[in-house]
Write a protein that binds this ligand. Structure first.
Ligand code: NAG
Ligand code: NAG
Ligand code: NAG
Ligand code: NAG
Ligand code: NAG
Ligand code: NAG
Ligand code: NAG
Length: 435
């Protein structure tokens, strides 16, 4: 056996060298792969679009400018307005949503699915919202460890949440974060009438203005957060969600073993990959009916030089550090970044920098809750550990998130698949050698 192990180990090490560098606001990306994705890894292309964290990227303008809010109602007769990450370059007029995972439409509803051992589904809107009212008609998933989410998430991790924990179908949990600071006191539950959140349609709304957030269920205001109540006397700042945010809808395995223990506990325990729904239809699922977005005006004192994009102008990343400009939001290729948006416009060179251009799918675990440790503290090592395990687990189970590998992102996708299956092979070999 040893003779086989050595070359595989070497191959694995060389492939691992392509693994994306991780990033955070205290350790920014370097200039070559300047964009820090929502999951904390450096790259170009899709890494620079929705979710790209300007504070953890090489510079504030490394991420592509953010498409402005658009009033719109979404129905689900087909998925024509939705693309996978490798197909989106920042033009929100061509695709309203990017997604990963296995999804389908049925009777005008969107079904977000999570087959056994997968990382679930993430549906992210490509238009940012800088204050507005979003509403969704939703039936949650069910089962312990299964979390359905309907959230507003900004690139600097301001967040306003609805989350359904499958272990308790009588309520929906609400929460908010300011710049990713985990504060357990911010959570609140709303009990929901009727049979349960899995069987009944309810309409869940987030009504977000510069002064307050209302969580509105079936037309009744059930929780209000006033900006005035979030003032921190020490820092002299309002710790209130206040930066342009995208609507993200997801289904994710919060109760899978590789997550932080606090996340698993919060989700009601270990996920059951042999659940009733997996046995009967092949996956856990959540259903989404009509979703609508109504945009509100930006704050009256905003610096406005155009009407196409929001940009960050200062690293304090507060409301007053956002401008509205005519900057383009569109990258010419998956090799381009906010620093050189036209790179690769000449198609012949587009594939040259394909490595690290499409983030590995993390399914629905997009919000801050994926970071909850037992103590309620953020655990960054566990968060990056999770993403690696997720992608490997996904590949080895044969369920591929995202899609097709036929365009300029092909090289990096193949590397990831390879990395995933090598991980599987290595685990198998380690077991054999140990025996
Ligand atoms: C927006 O456009 C201006 C002028 O073209 C440019 O200098 C600036 O870097 C752009 N900002 C971002 C965040 O891309
Ligand atoms: C959606 O796409 C399908 C196939 O790609 C096409 O047949 C259908 O006409 C499209 N529907 C709309 C509303 O554009
Ligand atoms: C975005 O797509 C729309 C619709 O296809 C197109 O008209 C527009 O020119 C595109 N914008 C950019 C900047 O590429
Ligand atoms: C919400 O409900 C869950 C379980 O139903 C419970 O564990 C949690 O403590 C509640 N949170 C709040 C803020 O009341
Ligand atoms: C207020 O700000 C200070 C300084 O940034 C910070 O240490 C503290 O945790 C904040 N308090 C709350 C309640 O968030
Ligand atoms: C988890 O926490 C780390 C460090 O605090 C942060 O960089 C990362 O973005 C967080 N992950 C998510 C999904 O928010
Ligand atoms: C943080 O994550 C690491 C790796 O998953 C884990 O070993 C450690 O116990 C976690 N720390 C806390 C406080 O949960």
């Amino acid at each position: 056996m040893v003779r086989f192990v050595t070359p595989l180990l070497l191959a694995s090490l060389s492939v691992t060298a392509f693994a994306a560098q991780s990033c955070s606001s205290s350790s920014q990306c370097d200039e070559k792969y300047p964009c820090c994705s929502q999951y904390g890894e450096c790259g170009t292309g899709a890494y620079c679009l929705g979710g790209c964290d300007p504070l953890a990227s090489f510079s504030l303008d490394s991420c592509a400018p953010m498409p402005v809010c658009e009033d719109k109602t979404y129905n689900w007769n087909n998925l024509n307005n939705s693309v996978t990450q490798d197909k989106y370059l920042g033009n929100a007029s061509t695709a309203d949503w990017t997604y990963s995972g296995k999804v389908k439409t049925e009777d005008g509803n969107l079904i977000m699915t999570m087959p056994a051992n997968s990382v679930g589904t993430l549906f992210a809107n490509n238009h940012y919202i800088w204050y507005g009212k979003v509403s969704g008609k939703i039936k949650s998933s069910r089962g312990k460890g299964v979390v359905t989410a309907f959230i507003l998430l900004s690139d600097v991790k301001d967040e306003i949440d609805y989350e359904w924990v499958g272990a308790d179908l009588t309520a929906v949990q609400t929460n908010y974060y300011w710049q990713g600071v985990l504060d357990w006191e911010n959570a609140g539950n709303i009990s929901v009438d009727g049979e349960d959140t899995f069987n009944d349609w309810h309409t869940y709304e987030i009504d977000w203005t510069p002064e307050k957030v209302d969580w509105v269920v079936d037309g009744s205001v059930r929780r209000t957060l006033k900006k005035a109540d979030t003032y921190n006397e020490t820092s002299k700042q309002y710790e209130f969600p206040q930066t342009p945010s995208r609507l993200q809808m997801s289904l994710w395995p919060a109760g899978q073993a590789s997550n932080a223990q606090g996340t698993i506990d919060w989700a009601g325990g270990d996920i059951d990959w042999n659940s009733e729904d997996i046995q009967t239809v092949g996956y856990d699922y959540a259903m989404v009916g009509e979703v609508s977005v109504q945009c509100y005006d930006a704050p009256s004192d905003v610096t406005k030089t155009g009407d196409n994009a929001y940009i960050y102008t200062k690293s304090s990343a507060m409301e007053s550090d956002i401008s509205i400009t005519d900057n383009s939001t569109v990258l010419a290729s998956l090799g381009a970044t906010g620093l050189d948006m036209d790179l690769g416009a000449d198609k012949s060179s587009a594939s040259s920098s394909a490595s690290n251009s499409i983030p590995t799918s993390n399914g629905g675990s997009g919000g801050m809750t994926s970071n909850i440790t037992s103590s309620g503290e953020s655990n960054s090592s566990s968060s990056s550990g999770t993403s690696t395990t997720d992608s490997s687990g996904t590949s080895t189970s044969g369920f591929t998130q995202g899609t097709a590998t036929q365009d300029s992102g092909a090289a990096s996708q193949n590397e990831r698949v390879l990395r995933g299956s090598l991980f599987g092979v290595l685990v198998a070999l380690v077991v054999l050698v140990t025996i």
